[in-house]
Design a protein around this ligand. Structure first.
Ligand code: SAM
Ligand code: SF4
Length: 332
């Protein structure tokens, strides 16, 4: 069979895969999941060989960048083995292998990740205040996370901090957080909270439009437009006073779908061509069929046929989340 690149019906070339390798997590960020989250039975989850077979199947179709995510990817005992396996393709089929992590396990694994070919890593951090962190993540893990970030830097990994901007929670701390990140040599991206999965709160109460944050930052700093792009939804500015890059992801206030180059696969092998849509293709069934390679390629063609033009996120008081699945399932 002739294998070609992945191009959807809107002509967008798909070169970036976000692969969720576990739905489990050691934190319980209030905007992400409820305290009593139900996790998948382990047999539902793809094993190491299946994940690696998937990665190879995607690389054969022109995927150049893979981000491992979750849940908390580093909770999986074989996470580093998977990184080593996929990492062998960096520099040939793959331009980049990276990860999004909450940082709690990073101190133990940073050197192994760097040795396996990871160059950049995203670490989620919403606050530098230990009490706020413990309330927001429902676990007192800030020192562990900061230790993980320091270990990543020491191992030579380029760190980008991801921060969800939350009204009344970290709203007044965003400027010091950005200054801290830039002082440490890290880029930082702010994210608007997205309506994914039911949590124990109404996200509308916490929704903070980044347009407002930007206006407030501009009262103190000069934000210069930057043409830095990572092929993702983040739009960057350079903060003159700190010299660092600040990204903003605004799914609710500004649509960015026309340049979308990515697809997501859940920990059970469900391919969601759009984070904000219900369309889905079952890659696990393909992988566990009698002709896994051919079935997988056919499933990828089907995914291209159904990738929607744009997401349909809305956030409104009392509105149920647009989608029942949590970010920890689809992979943030
Ligand atoms: N556990 C890892 C972490 O926290 O980095 C990886 C998975 S987490 C789902 C990936 C990213 O999604 C994190 O930066 C997190 O803050 C973000 N996130 C989770 N739920 C979200 C939501 N409802 N809206 C916006 N961002 C969300
Ligand atoms: Fe866990 Fe990441 Fe979700 Fe927080 S955002 S609960 S760290 S998966």
């Amino acid at each position: 069979m002739q294998e070609t690149g992945l191009v959807d019906t809107f002509g967008r070339q798909i070169t970036y895969l976000r692969l969720s390798i576990t739905d489990r997590c050691d934190l319980r960020c209030t905007y992400c999941m409820p305290e009593r989250m139900t996790f998948l039975p382990r047999k539902e989850v793809l094993d190491l060989e299946e994940l690696y077979a998937l990665a190879r199947g995607f690389m054969a179709r022109g995927i150049r960048k893979i981000r491992l995510t979750g849940g908390e990817p580093l909770l999986r005992k074989d996470a580093v083995d998977l990184v080593r396996a996929i990492g062998r393709h960096v520099g040939t089929e793959l331009d980049e292998l990276t990860m999004t992590t909450n940082g709690t396990q990073l101190a133990q694994h940073a050197v192994a990740l760097a040795d396996a070919g990871v160059r950049r890593i995203n670490v989620s951090l919403d606050t530098l205040d230990r009490k706020t962190f413990a309330e927001l993540a429902r676990r007192d893990a800030l020192p562990q996370v900061l230790g993980g970030i320091a270990a990543a830097k020491a191992a030579g990994l380029k760190v980008k901090i991801n921060t969800v901007a939350l009204k009344g929670v970290n709203e007044h701390e965003l400027q010091p957080l950005i200054a801290w990140a830039h002082g440490e040599g890290h880029d930082i991206t702010l994210i608007e909270t997205m309506p994914l999965g039911v949590v124990d709160e109404d996200r509308t109460d916490r929704f903070l439009p980044l347009s407002k944050v930007r206006t407030e930052l501009e009262a103190h700093w000069t934000l210069n437009a930057s043409n830095h792009r990572t092929g993702g939804p983040s739009r960057y500015v350079k903060v003159r006073e700190t010299g660092g890059l600040l990204g903003m992801i605004t799914p609710l206030t500004e649509n960015f779908c026309s340049g979308c180059n990515r697809i997501r696969v859940t920990t059970t092998g469900q391919l969601y061509p759009c984070l904000g849509g219900g369309e889905r293709v079952d890659l696990r069934a393909a992988l566990r069929s009698d002709e896994p390679e051919a079935e997988l390629q056919a499933a990828l063609d089907q995914a291209m046929a159904i990738k929607p033009e744009r997401h349909d996120f809305r956030i409104g008081k009392g509105e149920a989340p647009a989608l029942g699945r949590h970010m920890s399932v689809t992979g943030g």
